[in-house]
Design a protein around this ligand. Structure first.
Ligand code: SF4
Length: 237
């Protein structure tokens, strides 16, 4: 990690108010705190080259409270990235303060760093976790880490997002859905078309494939939804 966090300092690329563009809380107004770095490199990632700065806990809180006064109320403070759980040393005191201030806390995570989740889950209200198919990310497989992560996360409100491209290996997809069935079968699973420069939902072939994958997954678990990224469709931040 280039800039390891401390309990009083973390690397933040942006703090802003916007619509939640993904998942089961899509369309709600959230206050986002975006952390800089991630420990993996998904081929389609569009979040890792944003400039960031070191901010103290008090600076983050005062910036947040200013934005909340201007644009609030916000349904949640959404901790996103990068990978927020990489910043566990900073995240723990931040979450504690957010809860003391009465905010709902929403953790957007790649669903891999389960020891860090275990340390902070007491202060998280909602967990949006990814399952990462290696055939799409071009990273290694994190099946074992995802399993442990979901076992811990299922004590809270949680949903799963799987970003899919036409390169998805259907067997790998089935393995991920099987994992959900075995660990927490009622967890909502969102299938999201991949997007980087061009939004995936515009690709008819990919959307047809997502329909087939949804049919396949719904034979194994009850709640499988296909959702695009709302903020990209509406062309807002
Ligand atoms: S896990 Fe998220 S932030 Fe990290 S590389 Fe993948 S898409 Fe980017």
């Amino acid at each position: 990690m280039n800039h390891p966090p401390t309990p009083n300092e973390g690397r933040i690329s942006e703090i802003f108010s916007s619509l939640q563009g993904e998942g089961i809380r899509m369309g709600e107004r959230h206050l986002f705190i975006r952390f800089e770095e991630c420990h993996i490199h998904c081929g389609y990632c569009d979040e890792l080259d944003k400039p960031a700065r070191t901010m103290s806990l008090e600076e983050v809180l005062s910036e947040m409270l200013r934005i909340d006064q201007e644009d609030g109320p916000h349904s949640f403070v959404s901790l996103t990235g990068g990978e927020p759980l990489l910043y566990q040393a900073f995240l723990s005191p931040l979450l504690l303060r957010l809860k003391a201030l009465g905010f709902g806390t929403y953790l957007e995570t790649n669903g891999i760093l389960w020891p860090a989740l275990e340390a902070v889950i007491g202060w998280c209200d909602l967990i949006a976790m990814d399952l990462k198919p290696a055939s799409v990310t071009k990273e290694k497989s994190f099946l074992a880490e995802h399993r442990r992560f979901l076992e811990i996360a299922k004590g809270k409100e949680v949903f799963i997002k799987i970003v899919l491209s036409k390169e998805i290996d259907v067997q790998e997809f089935q393995q991920l859905i099987l994992l959900v069935r075995e660990v927490a079968s009622k967890t909502p699973v969102i299938l999201q078309p991949v997007s980087a420069s061009e939004e995936g939902h515009k690709d008819e072939e990919l959307m047809q494939l997502l329909g087939e994958l949804q049919r396949l997954a719904r034979r194994m678990i009850p709640d499988v939804r296909i959702l695009p990224r709302l903020h990209r469709i509406l062309k807002i931040r």
